[in-house]
Design a protein around this ligand. Sequence first.
Ligand SMILES: NC(=O)c1ccc[n+]([C@@H]2O[C@H](COP(=O)([O-])OP(=O)(O)OC[C@H]3O[C@@H](n4cnc5c(N)ncnc54)[C@H](O)[C@@H]3O)[C@@H](O)[C@H]2O)c1
Length: 276
Amino acid sequence: MKDVMILTGAGQIGMAIARRMGTGMKIVIGDKKLENAQAVAGIMNEAGFDTVPVEMDLSSRESILNMIGEGQKHGEISMLVNAAGVSPSQAPVEAILKVDLYGTAALLEEVGKVIKKGGVGVTISSQSGWRMPALTAEEDELLATTPTEELLALPLLQPGNIRDTLHAYQMAKRCNEKRVMAEAVKWGRRGARINDIAPGIVVTPLALDEFNGLRGDFYKNMFAKCPAGRPGTADEIANVAELLMSSKGAFITGATILIDGGATASYYYGPLKPTV
Ligand SMILES: NC(=O)c1ccc[n+]([C@@H]2O[C@H](COP(=O)([O-])OP(=O)(O)OC[C@H]3O[C@@H](n4cnc5c(N)ncnc54)[C@H](O)[C@@H]3O)[C@@H](O)[C@H]2O)c1
């Protein structure tokens, strides 16, 4: 038996974090597209990691439970990396809310019930959530603490209150941050920690869909005018995950770390500030 890492989302960010943290572990790689999970599993196994690919859908609690069950066949789950998600250019509003908002909440809840003492997790939100104006304290609390199965029925998530796929994505990512805070309290009872990383533009297939989508010019302008002057790499996200998931991050839980090359700073107080 080995300690088990649950990795959801066999994308570039997920793989970078799994490679950084997963040495010596059994890594169960889940993705809605089994071929993505198989591809990442193949690359990692050829690099000395011990992985098993599974088909899983983050938007389904049953699928999440199946993946956890698969993991438990190999040992205790001591790490979670949630890097599955769909972007505003990839899916309609309902799918974004079901995968990014509901699915993340269900996954954090279910893994939080079984995580090994001293275990750690990270989930990936987005800088995008930081560009949405503040919600009320009541709305934040609803996103943080509403029972997962009731989340999608919240009035603030109904069609009339969600303008478009970008707004749905921002609400989902804001919810991720709030959920991580509420879950950190529960995970703490097991001696475990859970944190969130909010990346800026990181070159991955998901980001390439954005560059080639409706908001392509917006994104290219964003990384050209952010203080870093470039998009980030998945390995830079893994640098933050390593801090959060290693003993150096032992005092960090319930936190969201923004890593965006300064794009958010520029959006509020620099050349990326909207003119209207
Ligand atoms: N790349 C960026 O610029 C960027 C910026 C901010 C946040 N993010 C977030 O990072 C996370 C990882 O994205 P990435 O950039 O590595 O993308 P990616 O496209 O490399 O990987 C995402 C993976 O998630 C999988 N997936 C999609 N829906 C799923 C579902 N319902 N169940 C299981 N798997 C599913 C996809 O098949 C894909 O393999 C996402 O949550 C994304 O919103 C990315």
